[in-house]
Design a protein around this ligand. Structure first.
Ligand code: HEC
Ligand code: HEC
Length: 327
């Protein structure tokens, strides 16, 4: 085993020379700290669903979630709802069941829910449409469509499978401790090129499936990526997602980015002045009540005196401190 680890170490060093990386952390992760640890995951075995119409809906919902572009993308065979070719699963891993991978296992138990971004109570159907609208640059699915029913029944099923327990390991919200310093997008570019570009591309445009429709590696910026105002467009949210999930093969190579690298990379990806991003429509700039605004929401108006620059890249701790006890 020792030999195996040192071979890995050596190949990482060689690889560093080859790609010219600056500060690759080659850390051996123990099972318990590993974000892809599956030891506590329950099995979502669709074979266990009894035959009948309910089963058909659940399976259809899962299929729409995993292969969204096939059915509901710009060339979707059912309806053309999404404006890009991404799948729900690109950000909610393993059909929305993977701990730390933006799981939706407890979602059915938490909606309807008040959401600050919209300033109103949302149903689970509204929330599905939110993700169609912003990350997927799309239109809304009709509430009474077969597809919306299928999504809702799929979420209900994974919630039931989890015995309706409200907290699971690695559940939403995906968070990371706030970093003391401001995120450095220039360092983020260096780290992105080292850790991420081999799949998502130096230009961030990802890699299409061999068919030319849909993605092997989804885009992280540009006109086919998530829109400004998406949750992923917040540096804190994206940093947590990166730290916990990317590079996608980190459980194989054992190379994981540090928290600081995750913040810097998130700042680079989300800096829309260097990497453009769809501005879906002006209503994206939401939060009718500015007091509800997330500290890392990148657009004013703000109900505090911190600059837009600080809300975009940090340091976030002073803003968090300011709002303690005021909301
Ligand atoms: C670009 C990434 C991305 C894509 C693609 C995406 N989502 Fe999301 N989604 C997110 C993020 C980020 C959140 C918020 C997570 C948090 O609160 O920490 C979220 C939240 C949600 C929630 C609310 C979860 C909860 O419990 O509050 C639902 C439901 C949801 N997404 C459904 C979908 C569906 C359905 C699709 C496909 C049509 C989709 N998402 C595509 C990133 C994405
Ligand atoms: C080995 C290939 C690989 C590497 C390296 C990699 N990713 Fe990914 N990434 C993926 C795949 C594949 C998905 C979609 C996963 C799925 O659909 O199950 C993804 C999804 C994403 C997403 C959400 C979807 C989107 O496009 O918005 C983001 C953001 C992301 N990666 C950022 C990064 C960052 C930042 C790094 C570097 C720290 C990185 N990735 C490294 C393969 C990779």
């Amino acid at each position: 085993m020792k030999q195996f680890i040192s071979i890995l170490g050596l190949s990482a060093i060689i690889c560093c020379f080859a790609i010219g990386c600056k500060q690759t952390e080659n850390k051996e992760l123990t099972t318990s700290e590993h974000p892809k640890d599956t030891s506590t995951v329950i099995t979502y075995d669709t074979a266990s669903i009894p035959p009948g119409p309910e089963r058909e809906f659940i399976l259809y919902g899962r299929e729409l979630f995993v292969n969204t572009h096939t059915y509901l993308g710009p060339k979707g065979t059912v309806k053309q709802i999404a404006g890009n070719e991404m799948d729900c699963q690109n950000c909610h891993f393993d059909g929305g069941t993977r701990p730390f991978g933006n799981p939706l296992v407890t979602t059915a138990g938490r909606y309807p829910q008040y959401r600050g971004r919209e300033g109103t109570v949302l149903t689970i159907q509204d929330r599905v449409n939110n993700c169609f609208e912003r990350p997927l640059l799309g239109k809304h699915l009709d509430f009474d469509s077969k597809e919306m029913k299928a999504f809702a029944m799929y979420f209900k099923w994974i919630w039931d499978k989890n015995n309706n327990v409200l907290k699971i390991k690695g559940d939403l919200p995906n968070t990371l401790p706030w970093m003391d310093r401001k995120a450095d997008w220039k360092q983020g570019k260096i780290d992105y090129d080292n850790f991420c570009a081999r799949c998502h591309g130096i230009d961030g445009q990802g890699v299409k499936l061999p068919s030319g429709y849909g993605y092997t590696y989804p885009p992280v910026w540009g006109e086919h990526s998530y829109a400004i105002g998406s949750s992923m467009h917040r540096v804190g949210k994206l940093a947590a997602f990166i730290r916990n999930n990317m590079p996608n093969d980190m459980n194989v190579t054992h190379i994981r980015v540090t928290e600081e690298q995750a913040y810097d990379i998130a700042a680079y990806i989300n800096n829309e002045t260097v990497n453009s991003r769809p501005n879906f429509n002006e209503e994206n700039i939401m939060y009718p009540n500015s007091k509800d605004k997330a500290v890392d929401y990148p657009f004013p108006p703000y109900a505090d005196t911190f600059s837009q620059e600080q809300h975009r890249f940090g340091p976030f701790k002073p803003i968090v401190e300011y709002w303690k006890g005021r909301k």
